[in-house]
Design a protein around this ligand. Structure first.
Ligand code: ZN
Length: 201
């Protein structure tokens, strides 16, 4: 499966002039939710991710996603792995389990996102699970922005990556885009204005 083509076909990989959450500008942007619009296509992606996870001998009881971004990917991955699916939600400074979801001591949990940028939300989700006695055995994501090192990937972790070194990250592909500060941005110099797609665009 050509993952980049799957994202392009779903209009999830955009070309233009974008203002990223970091404040930098970029010619490309991943609108991750778009690749999950069609459940059957979404399940093909998570089937591939599940195969990778199983091939590496990771035992899993539960998939946990940080809401909102990770919920659909997490649910589909749980279906592909035939395990339980739960999610954690934002609270001040971290994430917490609500809605009657429970974790038993020693339960093996994968933290799943639609996209890992620096891994900040995934790390908070992992901390919430570990605080309840769960064991985080891996991180999983459909797309990896290239800051963190993924299993079977070529690039090394950048200093911005927040994920712990000892726990593997499984992702289908690396999407490493060139980024510019507003002052250095060639598109700004040509007179165009960066747009902010994000989750609100
Ligand atoms: Zn710009």
């Amino acid at each position: 499966m050509n993952i980049e083509q799957v994202y392009k076909d779903a209009n999830a990989l955009l070309d233009g002039h974008f203002l990223l959450a970091s404040g930098n500008h970029s010619r490309r942007y991943l609108q991750s939710a778009k690749v999950l619009e069609y459940p059957k296509k979404a399940s093909l992606l998570t089937d591939a991710l599940a195969t990778m996870i199983r091939t590496h001998g990771i035992e899993v009881d539960t998939v946990c996603a940080p809401a909102l971004g990770g919920v659909l990917a997490g649910y589909e991955l749980a279906r592909s792995l035939d395990v339980r699916s739960i999610f954690v939600e934002k609270k001040e400074g971290g994430m917490e389990l609500r809605r009657g979801f429970e974790i038993t001591k020693g339960e093996k949990v994968i933290i799943c996102e639609d996209i890992i940028t620096t891994g900040g939300s995934a790390l908070k989700a992992a901390q919430a699970i570990e605080a309840l006695g769960g064991e985080v055995v891996a991180f999983a994501s459909l797309a990896n922005r290239g800051f963190c090192k993924r299993v079977e990937g070529n690039s090394n972790a950048k200093p911005a990556c927040k994920l712990p070194e000892g726990i593997p990250l499984f992702a289908l592909d690396d999407f490493t885009f060139e980024m510019y500060t507003p002052e250095e941005c060639p598109m700004c110099q040509e007179g165009s204005t960066a747009i902010k797609p994000g989750s609100k665009g």
